[in-house]
Design a protein around this ligand. Structure first.
Ligand code: HEM
Length: 512
């Protein structure tokens, strides 16, 4: 056998030393970071990061396995940090909001499709971010919601009740119709047509594209160079770029068309007073150097996508929970009747006197949070917490679902128990889930007061007028499923809406 030459031995020695040094540096780096699973060479934790199905449950399980409420994932050099407790999310995303309010780079959605005008996806380092947030915070502050939007919510909810009476089997579609009509009325003063509505169509098309982009093409975010592949290239390059080009024109339509229509209606004298006309009339609007019309167009067009499904899915969850918990319905109806006498429908002024209805709303939001992993934040600069390093550009997920199912915070979390939010002699109320389900810090949901008002009135009105019953075919026994995207929804389920009384239905018909 030939013996290796001295130079070969030297080369092997250098290689072994380099590998040892590299591993040592990597280990030291890893020790500085929050707890993580063991990592593979080059891939890091790519294979461990749950990204399909009920990924929030898997994330919670990994945290439990590591006995840590925060877990770092090395995704081929990019850090992803998952916060599984309210305490960690509050410390970092709320209290250090100035550092944790970015959004990760979204190559497909923002750079290829051109959704970068959309506040939900916009990085907070973008120069006009603050102006966008300011406009929406003003438009949706509690006093504006009460004064301007309460009068619009009620008619939409009453129409929904009337429609459910006529077509109970379509209840889910009718809930969604209510939330979409409401947002389009608030934002554009647009009354949706019962048949195919142009505004709804373009907004839904844009929403569908954004789902396809995040589910099918998110790999482009990991390998940004792919965006430069020419469209004629056979294979994925072609498909992805063709999709992006078509989706870009849909996104542009969703942004511009409703705006232009409202402007035409203003000229024709047929525009209804709405958020857009208010903004167009507002001479004191602070634009921070941005084109005024662009600012108004961008702020308003972000709202359909952010507000319609979130609110309607949360209301469908409420219906499912009522179906599974008839005794909760009975207690709620007793409370409602004691306040309205059963002779009128509930109104916002009744809210302080209906603590159990309030608790049902909170428990529905907790039981199946619609955005279980929130919307990811990005860290602007290196930060330290619990003596660990959170490097600049780390993507941070708040596992809202894990927070809602933390048995240390919510007793028997799988059970639907509205009474957990009512303090009694023996124990205090459990924390309001709204502190987490609407997100955190400088990115907290600006539409939360509108969502809260819409849901509260819907819950109170539905319970005042209907008994929600299980269908005879027993389909309610199916387990809850969730969608595989970043949002969770209850599965398709059937139920029976039985009018509580003829008098209640008369009250509904009188208001339509
Ligand atoms: C039950 C209903 C809703 C829930 C649970 C919900 C939840 C959320 C969550 C978790 C976020 C991400 C916050 C973060 O990044 O930390 C968010 C963002 C947002 N929501 Fe909502 N939302 C709801 C309804 C609405 C409504 C009705 C509107 C407006 C009409 C709205 C507008 C927005 C906007 C514009 C953003 C992006 C804010 C930003 O990125 O700075 N949402 N929402």
């Amino acid at each position: 056998m030939e013996t290796p030459s001295q130079s070969t031995l030297a080369l092997l020695g250098v290689a072994a030393l380099s590998i040892a040094l590299y591993s040592n540096t990597q280990r030291k780096k890893r020790d500085q970071l929050p707890p993580s699973l063991p990592q593979q060479f080059f891939l890091g934790n790519m294979k461990d990061f749950p990204s399909k199905g009920e990924m929030w449950v898997e994330h919670r399980d990994i945290a439990q396995k590591l006995d840590s409420d925060w877990v770092n994932f090395n995704m081929m050099g990019n850090n992803m940090l998952v916060l599984n407790s309210y305490q960690a999310a509050n410390e970092l995303l709320d209290k250090r909001g100035a550092v944790y309010s970015g959004r990760p780079r979204l190559v497909m959605l923002n750079e290829l499709i051109g959704w970068d005008w959309n506040l939900s996806l916009m990085d907070a380092e973008k120069p006009h971010f603050v102006s966008y947030r300011r406009v929406l915070s003003q438009q949706f502050q509690p006093s504006a919601v009460a004064e301007s939007y309460h009068p619009l919510i009620r008619p939409e909810v009453v129409v929904m009740l009337k429609n459910i009476l006529d077509r109970p089997e379509d209840f889910r579609q009718l809930i969604k119709h209510m939330t979409s009509s409401l947002i389009l009325m608030i934002v554009y003063g647009h009354r949706t047509s019962p048949n195919e509505d142009r505004f709804v169509k373009i907004m839904e098309d844009a929403r569908d594209d954004s789902i396809v982009a995040s589910e099918k093409y998110s790999f482009v975010d990991f390998f940004p160079f792919l965006k430069h592949l020419p469209e004629w290239l056979p294979g994925a390059g072609f498909k992805k770029l063709k999709f992006a080009r078509e989706a870009r024109s849909v996104s542009t339509a969703a942004r511009r068309e409703p705006y232009l229509t409202v402007k035409e209606r203003l000229v024709a004298g047929t525009a209804k007073s709405c958020m857009m006309t208010t903004l167009l009339d507002d001479d004191s609007l602070k634009t921070s150097g941005l084109d005024r019309e662009e600012l108004i167009m961008d702020c308003t067009s972000a709202l359909y996508g952010a507000g319609v499904d979130t609110t309607s899915v949360s209301l469908s969850t409420f219906v499912l929970c009522m179906l599974k918990n008839p005794e909760v319905q009975r207690r709620a109806q007793k409370e409602l009747d004691s306040v309205t006498g059963g002779t009128r429908l509930p109104e916002y002024a009744d809210r302080p006197n209906l603590p159990y209805i309030e608790s049902i709303l909170k428990e529905s939001l907790r039981w199946l949070p619609v955005a279980p992993l929130g919307v990811p934040h990005r860290v602007f600069k290196d930060d330290t917490y619990r003596d660990k390093l959170i490097p600049k550009n780390t993507t941070v997920f708040a596992n809202i679902w894990a927070m809602m199912y933390d048995p240390e915070v919510y007793a028997s979390p799988k059970l639907f128990m509205p009474e957990r939010f009512i303090a009694n002699a023996g124990k205090g109320a459990e924390p309001d889930p709204k502190r987490a389900v609407f997100g955190f810090g400088r990115r907290v949901c600006p539409g939360m007061h509108l969502a809260d008002a819409t849901m509260w009135l819907s819950v109170a009105m539905v319970l005042a007028t209907f008994d929600i019953l299980a269908p005879t075919d027993g389909s309610v026994e199916r387990p809850v499923e969730v969608t595989s995207t970043f949002t969770a929804a209850p599965p398709e389920f059937k139920c029976v809406f039985k009018p509580r009384s003829e008098a209640a239905m008369k009250l509904v018909r009188m208001e339509v």
